[in-house]
Structure formats: C-alpha cells, structure tokens
Design a protein around this ligand. Structure first.
Ligand SMILES: [Zn+2]
Length: 211
C-alpha cells in the first residue's frame, strides 16, 4: 500500500468500560492485496487498537480501495471483542449455552454441529416453556396451539428441526454454511421474540394500564 491509511486514534464501544472510549492504534497489516498498477488496488486492512481507558484490545477489519494514492475504507467491523446481542444474554441459561455453542461451531466451520446445537437450543426453549414430553415436533405444535409461537415461527422452527435431523442422522445430505447461518439467525430471532419482544409487549401493556 502506498499510503498509510491508519488513523492513529479512533473511538469504539469498549465492552470493559461499557462506554465509547478513545483507542490508539498499535499495529496494522494488509492482506488479499491486489494492485492493477501502482496507483490502483484493493485489499483488507486489519488494525489492532488499545482502549486508552482500560487497555482492552480492539481488533478491526476493513476492505479498502486505493485509487490514485487515495485510501477509501469500506465495511469496517470489529472482529474482537465479539458482541453478543443483549437479548441473547437475557435468555435462560440452557438456551444461551446452546446458542453460544452453535456460534462457536459455526465459526469453526463445523456446520453440522452448529445446526445440531441450534436444534438442541430449540428443544431447550420448548422445555423452558413447559413442553417437556414428546418429540420436538409435538412440543413445537403445542407451543403454537397455546399461542406462544406464531405460525411463521412454528414453520421456521419445524424446518430447523428437520435440518437438525439431517445433521444428526443423515450421512448423505450435507449441511452448507448458508444452512447453518440460517439456522443460527432463526435461533437468535426466536430468542429475541420469546425472551425479549413478548416481555417488552407485556411491559408496555402494564405501563399503559391495559391489563
Ligand atoms: Zn476500555
């Protein structure tokens, strides 16, 4: 890279400080660098920052284009610390554990294992909601019949259950990265719906004296 794109200081949300703090750049490097000629190219820039308040490390990743010596950053995101949705943290422990495990598997490219953990998490949700007997499909259907699960969520959960079955029992069908991502996204959406939105709505009704 012709020019140094890195700013020496930046502000990030620091989870240790639980605040937006100033950070200082310690190190950076570029990879996937591809130059058409001396002045035009692209690559990925990784930067390591240190929170000036507590010393916590923050690692970022951004795509960049360089055109006639000018640096254009794109899609910057934080690689570390990983942020977990606040509503996931509010879910019961058995469900959080499955979710974190599924995430871990996904990041390790273990897609089948990730889908199986998602299925386990869905089962944990059913149990937590009082459905302890029968097959997962029956439990989900009961939750739908009790109006705890909207029909779209039921259909989606059912698909995920099928994926989980493929992961657990089939040696022929392959679980792709996209399948695993879909399962994780759905699992997260289900947690948000059942342990965040539903409670939020109840709080709203209470606050407005509607119940
Ligand atoms: Zn900090």
């Amino acid at each position: 890279m012709e020019s140094n794109p890195s700013i020496e200081k930046a502000t990030f949300f620091c989870p240790v400080c639980n605040a937006i703090t100033e950070s200082v750049l310690l190190f950076s490097y570029q990879y996937n660098v591809n130059y058409q000629d001396e002045l035009q190219g692209s690559g990925i820039n990784v930067e390591l920052f240190k929170c000036l308040n507590c010393g916590n490390p923050i690692l970022t990743n951004e795509d960049y284009l360089e055109i006639e010596g000018e640096y254009f950053p794109q899609n910057k995101f934080v690689l570390f610390p990983e942020k977990e949705s606040a509503f996931v943290a509010k879910a019961p422990k058995s469900i959080i554990n499955s979710y974190r495990e599924a995430e871990k598997c996904y990041k390790a490219n273990a897609y089948e294992a990730s889908v199986i953990m998602c299925r386990k998490g869905i089962d944990a949700i059913c149990v937590e909601k009082g459905e302890i007997k029968g097959k997962l499909l029956d439990k989900l259907r009961n939750l739908k019949d009790k109006d705890l699960l909207e029909v779209t969520f039921f259909n989606w959960a059912n698909r995920l259950r099928e994926f989980g079955n493929i992961g657990a029992h089939s040696h022929d069908s392959e679980i792709t990265k996209e399948d695993a991502r879909d399962c994780l996204d759905f699992f997260e959406a289900l947690i948000m719906y059942l342990y965040h939105l539903v409670n939020k709505y109840a709080d709203f009704l209470k606050r407005k004296d509607l119940i």
